[in-house]
Design a protein around this ligand. Structure first.
Ligand code: ACO
Length: 381
């Protein structure tokens, strides 16, 4: 047995899994998704192609892709109890990530007209229903009538349609697909590790993804893009960048959208999303916010270099996520839930890998508490 004397509270550098799903090279800023550089895959693939690639380790041909699209389209409707729960959550104005976490737990229930017979069917149902949950919840929160999924639309377009009631322009669908492809998997990040820990106990897929949502929600993981955009809005104009950023650093605040546990250079996903965001803002004919964000990024990286010399804190994925999703008119409250629409695919793929190992994940801790306590009866304390 391993005799552990050194504690590594953040598990940096600890390798806990073999995977064929994604490779994160933090020194060189390279991300491979199932063998493809993220820059190649993300702007080209439909989201369904990316899901198929991760789950089956090959790109689908035309027939397989059509069949897979159909399977996902057929699984979009929610179990009645999920809708009831979303109604109750909306009455209490529960934040969307919490509503998603609660609703995800109900996905073990059957939905009308769909037989969930095995793990693959469960996986399809979970992925197909995440956008339905998020769009339905957003509309319930605002007292708007629900929009049924449109079986003619693919995953990304259908999400935007269910949110707004309008069929999205192909340019916007492409922007969302590029985003979903970019963040679909990323090594053993916190939420993926959570999913693997849960499934490794012999638990089920719905439990694993529900726990992973809890991990994704935190501001140090998937909860950063909202605050990153808030920061750009708070700055408001180029002339205020330096003052606001310096003030934040002086008061010990972290600049959201910068720094990464693994990347020691610029997060390659930031580049992919910056290009997609630029297209989006150019198409909309208003580059003001994009230009301001670029200036904020440049100054933030420079100030972080002064603040933490030698640490090389660079732009991470969340900074341009915020800009891209805002360009798609998604409200900030839906940034992290939209991240979950994509990352749930990676969680599931990792769960399948972990299940094949049949090995519980169980690290150790070193006890530092007292060893000689005397028991005092309740009446004498
Ligand atoms: N702003 C200011 N200071 C920072 C930042 C930042 N964005 N990031 C790191 N630092 C500082 C830390 O305060 C720390 O200082 P200390 O040594 O005096 O305590 C030092 O740099 C080293 O940082 P760590 O926290 O050790 O870096 P770690 O690898 O643990 O954290 C993390 C990475 C959590 C992403 C961090 O950089 C951060 O909080 N960034 C802001 C939040 C964010 O953008 N999160 C999204 C990450 S991407 C994703 O999860 C999808």
């Amino acid at each position: 047995m391993l005799n552990t004397t050194e504690v590594n509270p953040g598990l940096e550098g600890v390798v806990a899994a073999d995977t064929r799903l994604s490779s994160v090279d933090g020194q060189h800023g390279e991300l491979l998704i199932a063998g493809f550089p993220v820059e190649t895959l993300a702007p080209k693939a439909s989201f369904e192609e990316t899901v198929y690639l991760l789950w089956h380790d090959t790109l689908p041909d035309i027939d397989r892709l059509a069949a897979f699209r159909h399977e996902l389209q057929a699984a979009r409707a929610l179990p009645p109890a999920t809708l009831e729960l979303l109604h109750a959550a909306a009455m209490e104005s529960i934040p969307p990530m919490d509503a998603l976490r609660m609703a995800a737990g109900t996905l073990s229930l059957p939905a009308p007209g769909l037989v969930v017979s095995d793990a693959q069917a469960t996986a399809n149902a979970v992925v197909a229903r995440f956008p339905t949950i998020i769009a339905a919840y957003w509309r319930l929160l605002h007292g708007d009538p629900l929009v049924d999924p449109d079986p003619q639309l693919d995953h990304a377009a259908n999400f935007l349609y269910m949110l707004t009631g309008e069929i999205p322009h192909p340019e916007r669908t492409r922007g969302l697909e590029t985003y979903l492809n970019t963040v679909v998997d990323h090594g053993l990040n916190a939420s993926t590790f959570t999913a693997r820990v849960i499934i490794a106990t012999g638990s089920d897929l719905v439990s694993a993804i529900t726990g992973a949502i809890g991990a994704l929600k935190g501001p140090l993981h998937g909860g950063a893009p909202g605050p990153a955009l808030d920061m750009v809005f708070e700055i408001g104009e180029v002339a205020s960048i330096d003052r606001v950023l310096r003030q934040k650093l002086a008061t010990g605040e972290r600049l959201m959208g910068f720094g990464h546990r693994v990347y020691r250079v610029r997060d390659p996903r930031a580049d992919v999303l910056a290009v997609a965001a630029e297209h989006m803002y150019q198409a909309a004919g208003d580059m003001q916010l994009y230009t301001l964000a670029k200036a904020v990024e440049e100054r933030a990286v420079a100030l972080l270099a002064e603040h933490k010399p030698g640490r090389n804190l660079q732009t991470n994925v969340e900074f341009y996520t915020a800009l891209l999703l805002h360009g798609l008119d998604l409200p900030t409250e839906l940034f992290t839930p939209t991240f979950a629409i994509s990352r749930v695919v990676g969680w599931i793929a990792h769960c399948f890998e972990q299940q094949a190992l049949h090995r519980i994940i169980r690290p150790q801790s070193i006890y530092h508490g007292p060893r000689d306590r005397q028991w005092v009866p309740l009446t004498e304390r």
